[in-house]
Design a binder for this molecule. Sequence first.
Ligand code: C2E
Ligand code: MG
Ligand code: MG
Ligand code: MG
Length: 292
Amino acid sequence: SIKGQYGKYIAAYDDTLRNSMLKEQMITDSMESALAQNQFQIYLQPKYRIEDQKLVGAEALVRWIHPEWGFQSPAEFIPLFEKNGFITKMDQYVWDKTCAVIKEWEVEGLPPISVSVNVSRADIYNADLAEILMRTVKKYNLSPSHLHLEITESAYTENPTQIIDTVRQLRELGFIIEMDDFGSGYSSLNMLNEMPIDILKLDMKFIQSETAKPNSQGILQFIIALARWMHLSVVAEGVETKEQFNRLKEIGCDYVQGYYFAKPMPCAEFKELLGKQEHSDTEEFPAEMEYK
Ligand code: C2E
Ligand code: MG
Ligand code: MG
Ligand code: MG
């Protein structure tokens, strides 16, 4: 039993700390076998271009379905994997599976799209990162531009010199670079000027707080104008309401992603969505938009 196996940790701590330590230990003990047993699954969240309302891509988000504990939140296990180094292996697994589904769609004649994968701050320090990513796309005979690499804004500020070198190299190889969680508060505008990136992905707290804070719309408008000037595209994530969507549309945001359109879904479901879009004559936003 869990208590028997981990009992030694229990005595000295209060419940909360004890439980979180237990949980961490259990996760650490199970991660390798979870990978071997395919407990990690790729979910895809659709991304839409606002201009023509087309499904243009997705973000790959890992899900851990444990046979006993059920769904584990990435917000919980990703930071732990970043601490203990396992993230490198898990991310490589995610990139590989993502390329496999992109190839599968291509072979079946579905419209070509790109998928964004998350690259952990820990992956940046792996000297073989570019080689691993190239090997992965080549394995499936895909071009690097099929993969968008999302790197969180705060990673850029941790070690600007190293990240600029690494990201520039990846970009030269043809990968599309997205700065994830932009606006969460770390990067100065001056730093943005130095960054070899293609796409700004606005932090969702930012989108979601816009109704509450009077200047948010102005800040959003400013970021989008700046992005235009710098020839960057802008993706808004965490779009949950029609009002948020309308405002983003008004100020010229390029792409949207969020529960208002669709939640992350299993690959098979996403493939259906992609197939439907291709075969429909009328181009309209997905049915989800109508009833929410
Ligand atoms: P992220 O990369 O910023 O991903 C966006 C998160 O927001 C996802 O949470 C997604 O499910 C959620 N989301 C999407 N639309 C909405 C919305 O409209 N409202 C709200 N409230 N949430 C929305 P998720 O899947 O739990 O992932 C959390 C974080 O874990 C990700 O943040 C990312 O930093 C990390 N992560 C997830 N998968 C991977 C992975 O394969 N590798 C790495 N390194 N990190 C990952
Ligand atoms: Mg992301
Ligand atoms: Mg992130
Ligand atoms: Mg994000």
